[in-house]
Write a protein that binds this ligand. Structure first.
Ligand code: ZN
Length: 264
C-alpha cells in the first residue's frame, strides 16, 4: 500500500483557537488510524467508508508549521507512517475590560484554595482521552439563534487586573433559558464552581469536551449520557459574571478552542 493513499479531505491548517476535524477514507484492511498531536496519540474512529477525528489548536499556540505523524495499521500487521504538517495561523484577539464583584478578582485565601482545587479537577478531566466518539451528527449551538458568542480568545481585564483570556463564547440569554447539549456525550462534571458557577461538562469522546457555565439550574447528573439537543440546564448568572448569559466552551484535550469552530 502506498503511503500516499492517505488523503486528507480538509486542509491541515487552522487558526489559533480552532478545532480541526480530520478525515481519511477507509482503505481495504485498514484497522486503525492515529495522529500524534500535542504529544498524544489521538485515535481516528471509523464511520463506514471514512475515519474521522478532531484535534485542537490552543488559542495561545504560536503561529507556524507543526509536524504531525499519522499512523495507519492494517489487519495484516503493516504499519504505514505518514508525515504531515499542521499550519497554525495567527489571529489577533481584542482586549475587553470588565467589572465584576471584587471577591472574584481579589480572592480570599479560601476561594484561592477552592479555585486552585477546581482548576486541578477540570484539568484532570480535559487530560482524559475517551477512545471513542459519542457523536455522529454535526455540533449545534446550545441556544438556537442566540445573539453574541463572538468573544472567544478576548484578552480580559477584570476590575483593572489582567486575567486569563476568554476560553469560550458568551451567548446572550436571560435567566431560565433552556441550554441544549451541543452534541451527544457523557456528563463528566455537573456542579457549582467558584468561577464557572453551576456548570455542566460533557465528554464527547476523542478528548473533545464542551462546557456550559453560569447556569441557574443543572438538569443532568454526572454519568448521564445526553443526546444532541437535550436540555442540560437553564441559563443564569452564577460564578464570575457581569450578568446572565451562557458561557459555552470547548476543549480538545488541553487546547482551548472556539466552540463555533466545531460547527459544520
Ligand atoms: Zn464567558
Amino acid at each position: 500500500m502506498e503511503a500516499t493513499a492517505l488523503l486528507f479531505m480538509v486542509a491541515l491548517s487552522a487558526s489559533q483557537g480552532q478545532a480541526l476535524q480530520l478525515e481519511v477514507p477507509h482503505l481495504e484492511g485498514l484497522d486503525s488510524v492515529t495522529i500524534e498531536w500535542s504529544e498524544r496519540d489521538v485515535p481516528f474512529v471509523r464511520d463506514d467508508d471514512r475515519w474521522f477525528t478532531v484535534i485542537g489548536v490552543d488559542l495561545d499556540t504560536s503561529a507556524g508549521e507543526y509536524p504531525v505523524e499519522v499512523t495507519m495499521t492494517y489487519a495484516d500487521g503493516r504499519v504505514v507512517t505518514q508525515p504531515e504538517s499542521v499550519e497554525v495561523l495567527g489571529k489577533s484577539f481584542p482586549t475587553t475590560e470588565l467589572t465584576v464583584a471584587p471577591g472574584f478578582v481579589q480572592l480570599s485565601p479560601e476561594n484561592q484554595e477552592r479555585a486552585a482545587r477546581e482548576s486541578r479537577e477540570t484539568g484532570a478531566v480535559y487530560a482524559t482521552l475517551t477512545p471513542t466518539a459519542y457523536w455522529t451528527e454535526p455540533f449545534i449551538v446550545p441556544i438556537p439563534g442566540a445573539q453574541g458568542g463572538r468573544n472567544f480568545g478576548h484578552r480580559r481585564i477584570f476590575n483593572g487586573e489582567p486575567r486569563a483570556p476568554h476560553s469560550g463564547a458568551d451567548l446572550s440569554a436571560s435567566t431560565g433559558t433552556e441550554i441544549l447539549a451541543s452534541n451527544a456525550g457523557r456528563v463528566v462534571l455537573a456542579k457549582d464552581f467558584f468561577f464557572n458557577g453551576n456548570a455542566v461538562f460533557i465528554d464527547h469522546g476523542l478528548g473533545l469536551y464542551t462546557t456550559y457555565l453560569h447556569l441557574s439550574q443543572i438538569l443532568v447528573d454526572v454519568g448521564d449520557f445526553v443526546e444532541r439537543g437535550q436540555v442540560v440546564g437553564l441559563a443564569g448568572a452564577t460564578g464570575r459574571v457581569t450578568g446572565p448569559h451562557l458561557h459555552w466552551g470547548a476543549r480538545i484535550l488541553d487546547a482551548r478552542v472556539d466552540p463555533f469552530s466545531l460547527l459544520p
